[in-house]
Design a protein around this ligand. Sequence first.
Ligand code: AQP
Length: 329
Amino acid sequence: MDRLLTGLQPSGTLTIGNYSGGINQVLNYQKNYETFLFVPDMHATTVTQDPEALRRNIRNAVAVYLACGVDVNLPNMHLYIQSENLYHANLSWILECHAYFGEMSRMHQFKEKSKKNENFTCGLYTYPILMASDILLYDAKYVPTGIDQKQHVELARNLALRFNNRYKGEYFVCPESIIPKVGASIKDLQNPAKKMSKSCENPKSSIFLLDPENVVRKKIMSAVTDSEGKIYYDEENKAGLSNLITIYSIFSGLSIEQVVAKFDGAGYGDFKKDLANLLCERLVVIQDKYNQIINSSIIDDALDAGREFTTKIAKEKYEQIRKAVGYGR
Ligand code: AQP
């Protein structure tokens, strides 16, 4: 089985955007690939985190993965926490010494996120290299992500190629991103020029997977659209409405064309009401499961098994790389 790897940083409660770019893809692929699904808690500290909130968000993230349908009973599913495995940071250092300042300065996410805070950290600048380490440690061939992470997977690929060439061996597998055809970038409900994020400042901008029903309804009903009043898909000229159509498509399983056909002739108000009903129906199921799981031992059992399994693999890879570079005796 080829290996597939992805993670969602516990920098807040996961959104329907994270569901679309991350979790939903794992659900689609988990039976066909050896899946490495982790909680990148070290990535979350590239911006300031409250330690208690971070710890809570890590557990919440795992409970959400499971509640959405990630199946830890599959023998090919490995679920783990990044910081519990020291090899991620160790390999990251080696990769940092092979990454160029120029290429790192071109990372879109860094440019975006560093604008928000004058005192951004060095971690924010170098975290794509840690992400490369997360991927390369396990010889992952495929990395399902939203469009925002595509450039980081390309960096991982470039670092793998550069390392293999420099040390003349097939040390790393070159990874490829898998971007969903629909829902690669769910937009901010209040400003569809931006992507939806966990850390959006406006609470009406994002729908969180654990939002209560009444909150979901309000957010959908107040989502920005346009004044034309006609339902069709046009990302450029009708970004807000097209975003809602995309969300409908993801949560209904209908194609974009089928959603548009279903609401042919309807008004925005009716479409939004139907979308809110659909989302609430789906999220209630996830939230019920989440409530059953959050305090159960399933989480720790899965994470313990995942840590043990993945640490062995990571250690082996790290030792190979360390030797190739010339470290130690
Ligand atoms: N809006 C989005 N649409 C589709 N996919 C998305 N992803 C994130 N936002 C969207 C995908 O979700 C996975 C996990 O992302 P992450 O949490 O590791 O980092 P992120 O991309 O920085 O996500 P956020 O929500 O924007 O977090 P904050 O606010 O903390 O920066 C990835 O596959 C990502 O592509």
